[in-house]
Design a protein around this ligand. Structure first.
Ligand code: SF4
Length: 280
């Protein structure tokens, strides 16, 4: 447990200013992400250093296709998420309390050094809500010449993003839909903060974008084309991963048909230079 870096006090309540939810919590209450708790008027990160996964992965699995190609990355994940996507593909770590082991930032950096791994990825669940652990680890990693990667939903406020991004070399950011209404209804989030994160991150680090093609949610061509055009307006060279969905968590629509996924890939290629099919 560590005191949170981004919150304000309001009497005995706290207002977390890490993500756009801006949760107000009173004593012993926890924010929407499930891992930030008000204890006696201070806000704490309750999952600091509590890791559900520590793995070595090919960097392409993050997915990052155009950054440090053919290298391995030390992937670490914790628990919780600040979005509530009904189709969550990682709900065991995002929405349930997985088994964890405790590791300090120094231990994670030491592991990367010991196995000669050039990067650390914060992944599996949403890393932004483990902000203090991610930032502390990324600072140490940078001091040791190790790159850092965020695999994120991009749902974060500007100040914490700007403080962290200095230490982040690459990001894969989810863009779940170009419809704000669907972000609200299906994920309990909002579109604009995610768009803002993509624009900011593009100026400071390598970024790639992932869109899960969710049957009946976002898999119509007109909507997807609007998304590809929006991304192309920022930079046609931003790589995009259009990834097949499989029924999970609270969403049981059939998986993305491979034929449709290929069709969407071709559509994306009309607007963007680097398009990859995921889970194909
Ligand atoms: S990070 Fe968690 S506690 Fe903070 S505003 Fe977002 S959901 Fe709420």
């Amino acid at each position: 447990m560590k005191e949170a870096y981004f919150y304000k006090k309001s009497g005995d309540a706290t207002i977390c200013i890490l993500c756009p939810h801006k949760c107000l919590t009173r004593n012993n209450e926890i924010g929407i992400c499930g891992v930030r708790k008000n204890i006696d008027g201070k806000l704490y990160s309750t999952n600091y250093g509590k890791l559900s996964f520590i793995n070595l992965d090919p960097i392409e699995k993050k997915p990052l296709k155009r950054f440090m190609q053919s290298t391995r990355t030390l992937s670490v994940g914790s628990s919780g998420c600040n979005l509530s996507c009904l189709f969550c593909q990682n709900y065991h770590v995002a929405k349930e309390m997985p088994m964890t082991v405790y590791r300090t930032p120094q231990a994670i950096v030491n592991l990367a050094i010991e196995y000669d791994i050039p990067s650390i990825s914060f992944t599996y669940n949403e890393p932004i809500i483990s902000y203090e652990f991610v930032l502390d680890t990324a600072i140490l990693a940078k001091e040791n010449g190790i790159k850092c990667i965020l695999v994120t939903n991009g749902y974060v406020e500007v100040d914490p993003l700007m403080r962290l991004i200095e230490y982040i070399d690459a990001m894969n950011i989810d863009l779940k839909t170009i419809s704000n209404e669907k972000y609200k209804k299906v994920c309990n989030g909002a579109l604009e903060p995610v768009k803002r994160t993509i624009k900011i991150a593009h100026n400071f680090s390598h970024i790639e974008v992932t869109t899960l093609l969710v049957t009946g949610m976002n898999d119509n061509e007109a909507e997807l084309e609007e998304m590809f055009m929006w991304l192309a307006d920022i930079d046609k060279n931003i790589p995009i991963h259009v990834t097949r969905y499989f029924p999970n968590y609270k969403y049981s629509e059939p998986h993305t048909r491979i034929k449709l996924a290929r069709q969407i890939k071709r559509l994306a290629e009309e607007h963007l230079n680097f398009v990859y099919l995921g889970n194909a």
